[in-house]
Design a protein around this ligand. Structure first.
Ligand SMILES: C[S@@+](CC[C@H](N)C(=O)[O-])C[C@H]1O[C@@H](n2cnc3c(N)ncnc32)[C@H](O)[C@@H]1O
Length: 259
């Protein structure tokens, strides 16, 4: 049942994630057991992506769209005081169970990463791996992350590369070598009615759009990564065939600093 107080895409995505949370339990359990992080659909190692500071002692962190919470678990292992927010109560049930079974309790908030119930300048580090990074409207969640961070604080996020979106056919089938969607107007992708693997409402921007948003919000870009599938990958992961993802970037990582 949609909550009418939520923006339409947030209510739709809440329904979607509450109804699919069960499918993510075993992946969450596996990731919680890992002492070293791996990232994204190709499980690329932390040694390559450098998403987290080595020592996070005393850092207050927020994971925006924490899902089953393993990224916060990894940050706690490095010394962080973590908070996670997620739009799905069902995902948070898994996160709550797993953080307790790993004896790493942290604060979980059921809510929308576009409007986080925390005071300004509360956090040293914010992160999203396929959470707010793709499911929330960047024009709302990026300024919200900026508000939450202390000056000099960092926001790191990983999600789908815009090229992977514009090469997805209207049916929702995996990325092809054909451009399907208008690049310049890229913003909201509604996958609810597609034939192949219907999903929720996602967001992305053209490269110039991301850069303008960061500049207007007050973020400096520290680094930008375009991720490729490992040489030995052969399968299709989510919407990205391995052969495609060895030639074109299926995922992107932004590393930003609050000015
Ligand atoms: C693929 S999971 C990513 C989280 C984590 N990396 C994982 O794999 O468990 C996506 C999560 O984003 C959450 N999400 C979607 N929209 C959100 C929003 N507006 N605010 C907070 N969380 C949101 C979903 O509920 C879901 O748990």
């Amino acid at each position: 049942m949609n909550d009418t107080r939520l923006p339409e895409h947030v209510a739709a995505n809440r329904d979607y994630w509450d109804s699919t949370a069960e499918d993510w339990v075993s992946a969450g359990e596996r990731s919680w057991r890992q002492s070293e992080p791996t990232w994204g659909i190709w499980a690329l190692p932390e040694s390559e992506l450098r998403m987290l500071p080595d020592d996070m002692s005393g850092m207050r962190t927020i994971e925006l769209g924490c899902g089953t919470g393993y990224v916060s678990g990894w940050m706690m292992r490095r010394g962080a005081e973590a908070v996670g927010i997620d739009n799905s109560a069902k995902q948070l049930e898994t996160a709550d169970r797993l953080m307790r079974s790993h004896a790493m309790p942290f604060e979980l908030i059921h809510g929308n990463a576009e409007t986080v119930p925390y005071a300004d300048v509360s956090f040293d580090f914010a992160i999203s791996e396929y959470g707010a990074a793709i499911w929330a409207d960047p024009h709302l969640w990026i300024p919200e992350a900026h508000r939450l961070l202390k000056p000099g604080g960092e926001l790191v996020f990983l999600g789908t590369h815009p090229l992977a979106i514009i090469t997805t056919p209207p049916s929702g089938a995996p990325s092809e070598r054909t451009l399907h969607t208008n690049y310049f107007t890229l913003h909201r992708q509604d996958w609810r009615e597609v034939e192949v693997d219907p999903g929720g409402v996602e967001f992305n921007l053209p490269m110039a759009g991301w850069l303008k948003l960061f500049r207007d919000t007050g973020f400096e870009v520290l680094d930008y990564l375009e991720l490729k599938a490992p040489d030995d990958a052969s399968e299709t992961r989510f919407s990205s065939p391995a052969d495609w993802s060895k030639r074109w970037p299926s995922e992107q990582v932004w590393k930003l600093k609050k000015i």
